[in-house]
Design a protein around this ligand. Structure first.
Ligand SMILES: Cc1cc2nc3c(=O)[nH]c(=O)nc-3n(C[C@H](O)[C@H](O)[C@H](O)COP(=O)(O)OP(=O)(O)OC[C@H]3O[C@@H](n4cnc5c(N)ncnc54)[C@H](O)[C@@H]3O)c2cc1C
Length: 480
């Protein structure tokens, strides 16, 4: 539609249009830096936390930095993060999890068995016409392809291994269990070819943001080119988009801000919890369906620093296999939440560290425990599974993504519920526009990415997508 129909009342140009971006994570930063490059002048980011970065949270730990959120660049082909850094020699190839599968009686599966399990996971392909969940599909192919052969005369080991693989998949897809995962999680995700776990050489994922921002790579939080454009500790409590003119935003502290365009990048978790209060008037039904239908799961990390690496030289990591009787006992005791720890492994270029992952409801429960209680549990787990002793760590960190009201989870997934509601990411990402086509409220963020959801490259692309949408709109106006 021609921009002329917008009428003289909207006389804004790139120089005068007021753009407010809510959230300074990867998508907000990508949108803001691109808008400034494109010649927009009045770009303001409102960030609820006291730091920029969002689910990229690189913090000093042990001898350098670690990531409490995004850690690896997943793939090389068609990945905008990789594209940005490929000539800079800043990434290490680390490959996939190459650890040991250890049973709760301390037995270790053979190398061949471990290889068969990882090959099965990596080569699993979702059939496009599959009716059911990913969990159903995985379970069926597992018993056909690898389960029976794994330990031919002991089906219980194969069952334990399948449960461990399922936890691994949940940690990649951020679902509570694989039976709630829709086939679209696989079919709609465009995997970028190449190494799936490229690591940032002790600089953490901040390295990527520092390049987007032109900021100091050793100072996570440095605002670089966005200095003067970011307001920290400013949680937006209400976006009033009534009428067809300017929008009014209210901060939690009562501050009122006017804008011509708003780009909302808050996580799907925040939208789920807050959309009814955040948007006045209420969002259209299709948008609400997408917010309710899509899922945001919880995946948390533990980081432990030791005087010396406790794992033997040849061990890169451990996946946990629970014997049925041990699991029964575990579930009845205070350490029940340990069941959902998927792996513990070494950290690239940080030889004295171990990192662990926990998923789902137990990850959310873990967030409510004190650090001492969490450590007590982890040490019990190490004693239960490992033949060597793991000393008390020198220092310890864990993430709490779910209980933080500015995130309410880790990353998004397609539940089968979204299929039932016939909704998806296009509905989530589509803007609220004036009849003239002028974007008023836009939506970016990893969950709005159609084929790179749950990643930093997807979040970055979504920020660029919305910046380009505005740029196109103003280009159209200039031409009229
Ligand atoms: C544990 C973990 C591990 C991960 N590992 C990887 C990985 O290895 N590789 C990878 O590619 N991706 C990974 N991810 C996913 C990746 O971190 C995210 O996809 C990406 O960082 C999301 O960016 P975003 O801009 O969409 O959202 P966010 O980073 O969540 O940014 C949104 C911002 O909005 C702010 N906000 C919220 N509410 C308000 C409000 N009302 N007002 C103002 N501000 C508000 C938040 O504080 C936040 O800063 C991981 C995530 C987690 C949690």
């Amino acid at each position: 539609m021609s921009a002329c129909t917008d009428g003289p009342a909207f006389g804004k140009t790139k120089e005068t249009a007021r753009i407010v971006i809510i959230g300074a994570g990867a998508s907000g930063i990508a949108a803001a830096t691109r808008l400034l490059e494109q010649g927009f002048k009045n770009v303001q980011l409102f960030e609820a936390e006291d730091r920029i970065g969002g689910r990229i949270n690189t913090v000093p730990f042990a001898d350098s930095f670690v990531d409490l959120g995004a850690q690896w660049c997943h793939g090389e082909e068609g990945n905008v993060v990789y594209e940005k850094v490929k000539d800079l020699d800043v990434l290490d190839r680390t490959g996939d999890f190459a650890g040991y599968f250890v049973r709760s009686n301390k037995e270790i599966l053979s190398d061949d068995q471990a290889k068969a399990l990882m090959e099965f996971k990596d080569n699993f392909e979702m059939k496009p016409d599959w009716e059911g969940s990913v969990g159903d599909a995985i379970t069926e192919s597992y018993w056909k392809e690898v389960g029976q052969q794994l330990v031919p005369n002991d089906r219980s080991v194969a069952k334990e291994a399948l449960d461990s693989l399922k936890r691994h998949i949940c940690s990649e897809d951020a679902c509570d269990h694989v039976f709630e995962l829709s086939p679209r999680s696989y079919l709609n995700f465009a995997t970028s070819g190449g190494d799936q776990n490229l690591s940032w050489r002790r600089k953490g994922y901040w390295k990527f943001l520092s390049l987007l921002l032109n900021a100091n790579e050793d100072q996570p939080g440095d605002q670089g080119d966005l200095k003067g454009h970011v307001q920290l500790n400013k949680r937006i409590a209400e976006i009033n988009w009534s009428g067809d003119g300017e929008l009014t935003l209210r901060c939690w502290n009562g501050q009122i801000v006017s804008a011509d365009h708003v780009i909302c990048t808050v996580s799907l978790g925040v939208l789920k919890k807050k959309h009814q209060k955040l948007f006045v008037p209420a969002l259209p039904a299709a948008k609400v369906r997408s917010i309710e239908g899509l899922g945001l799961g919880t995946v948390n990390k533990f980081l432990l620093e030791f005087e010396e690496q406790p794992m033997p030289e040849n061990m890169r990591g451990v996946a946990f296999l629970w014997l049925e009787e041990d699991l029964k006992e575990l579930r009845g005791g205070k350490f029940f939440w340990l069941e959902s720890i998927s792996t513990v492994h070494r950290v690239d270029r940080q030889p004295r560290l171990l990192e662990g992952w926990i998923i789902g409801a137990h990850a959310r429960y873990m967030e409510t425990l004190s650090e001492e209680r969490v450590l007590e549990g982890l040490q019990w787990l190490f004693r239960k599974f490992l033949k060597f002793s793991v000393p008390h760590p020198k220092s310890f960190l864990r993430s709490q993504w779910h209980s933080n009201p500015n995130f309410r989870g880790s990353y998004s997934f397609y539940p089968t519920y979204a299929d039932e509601l016939r909704t998806g990411r296009t509905d989530l990402g589509s803007p609220l526009v004036h009849v003239s086509g002028r974007p008023r409220v836009q939506f970016a963020g990893e969950a709005s990415s159609r084929n790179h959801f749950s990643t930093v490259h997807g979040a970055t692309e979504s920020g660029w997508r919305e910046a380009d949408r505005l740029n196109e709109f103003y280009k159209g106006r200039a031409e009229n």
